[in-house]
Design a protein around this ligand. Structure first.
Ligand SMILES: [Zn+2]
Length: 427
């Protein structure tokens, strides 16, 4: 039995991953098969909830090898084995969802699916890269051996079905810890995040060393204490000893599609669609320009504007060093109006030559420096009247302050799905 939920959280408080811990309590008589899955979907969808993540668990009768994947008063193991179905599963799960999700809040539209079969992988691919219509999700659900219910405008069903369809070919893990209920909404006390970041070789996005900012604890009043991300479950479990501050009520280790770049599709400068994320190649055709508010923009192939917005902090200083002629590969989400690429990652493929003017052109006859006729109007020799063009000026090459290679936005501005360079360069 596969159980998926989405869109139960809100800016004010609840978190879909916490609801899974409550669902595991409810289905105590069944075993958890494989890790619970936290699946992030298209971050550019305009009506997303915070983080746009859905959660899936498989329940059944465990028979074989087991792994420790959580703690909630007692250890939670995940098993291999066979799946079983429970007839009243939808009703039982719905009670839990209704109790804990913020259904009263506008913009929270929970979806809950219990299924005996896995939806086709395409349902995931479409939802992570593009915008899925609710009617397409409903028609897919109608064809499946499943039961479902959607609250509010039912949009949560889209994410729930898509998450269920995910196949974790590339994947990472996130250990999420939860606070004692009496502390929800109060300031979180956390120590040891820097130490955790330094001591765990295969974790990522925990701490922004330049901004001196932690990136594991949410800023919302939700039940999450912190979430640490990485390649290896064992390393992440180390956080339980390294990160201190307040006692943990429960924890759960999720398998996720975070940090995989699975939201990115190959595209071309002239073909990008709003609300998608793309990887494109192009040449810089304007000098980067900073506007009030600190956002930096430049043009690519005279056709698409690329942006490093203020929250990308020091990444903007790198972007400002670009000049026309630089060849780039860009990764990022497409904003609709005006059509702009919000850069997540950049590869400087080839730097163009940067020249500065040293002197006006020299007259070939008199060997004297010519004078400017006017702005962009060329030059003339005062003595003999010989003319020269703007591009005849004498220049010299200056060293670029930028190197070829990869650059990424800092940890504090990173999207869940973005593959950090730490992972890109591993391959
Ligand atoms: Zn002359």
């Amino acid at each position: 039995m596969l159980l998926a939920i989405d869109d139960t959280d809100s800016r004010k408080g609840m978190c879909t991953t916490f609801l899974i811990t409550e669902l595991l309590r409810e289905f105590d008589e069944l075993d958890l098969m494989d890790h619970p899955r936290l699946v992030r979907l298209n971050p550019n969808v305009p009506w997303k909830t915070r983080g746009n993540g859905a959660v899936v668990i498989r329940l059944g009768n465990g028979v074989e090898k087991k792994d420790l994947v959580g703690f909630d008063g007692k250890e939670i193991f995940s098993y291999t084995g066979e799946y079983v179905d429970t007839e009243d599963a939808l009703e039982r799960a719905l009670k839990v969802v209704e109790r804990w999700s913020e259904t009263s809040e506008e913009g929270t539209n929970p979806g809950l699916i219990i299924s005996n079969e896995k939806p086709p992988y395409e349902m995931y691919q479409e939802a992570v890269k593009d915008v899925v219509k609710l009617e397409d999700t409903i028609s897919a659900l109608e064809k499946m051996d499943c039961r479902y219910t959607g609250l509010g405008n039912k949009r949560g069903l889209i994410g729930a079905l898509a998450a269920m369809a995910w196949i974790p070919s590339d994947h990472t893990y996130e250990l999420i810890t939860y606070r004692e209920q009496h502390r929800w909404g109060t300031k979180r006390k956390l120590n040891g995040i820097v130490r955790f970041d330094k001591e765990t070789e295969h974790s990522f996005d925990s701490y922004d060393h330049e901004e001196k900012q932690q990136a594991v604890a949410p800023r919302s009043p939700c039940p999450v204490l912190y979430g640490v991300r990485g390649e290896r479950p064992k390393e992440l479990l180390g956080a339980l000893n390294i990160i201190e501050g307040e006692s943990i009520d429960r924890w759960l280790l999720f398998k996720t599609n975070q940090a995989t770049d699975e939201h990115i599709q190959e595209s071309k400068v002239g073909e990008v669609k709003p609300w998608t994320s793309v990887h494109i190649k192009g040449t810089v055709t304007s000098l980067p320009k900073t506007i009030p508010g600190g956002h930096v923009f430049f043009d690519l192939d005279e056709e698409l504007t690329a942006a490093a917005y203020e929250p990308t902090k020091r990444f903007r200083e790198i972007v400002k060093k670009l000049i026309p002629g630089d060849k780039l590969e860009l990764y990022g989400g497409i904003r609709e109006e005006p059509l702009t690429l919000n850069i997540e990652k950049m590869k400087v493929v080839e730097l163009s030559e940067k020249k500065v003017k040293v002197a006006n052109p020299q007259c070939p006859d008199c060997k004297k420096r010519m004078s400017s006729i006017g702005k962009n109007a060329g030059f003339r020799c005062r003595k003999c009247g010989t003319r020269a063009e703007e591009f005849d000026i004498e220049t010299k090459l200056v060293e670029r302050e930028l190197e070829e290679g990869y650059y990424e936005v800092p940890v504090c501005a990173r999207r869940h799905l973005s593959k950090p360079l730490k992972r890109v360069l591993l391959v």
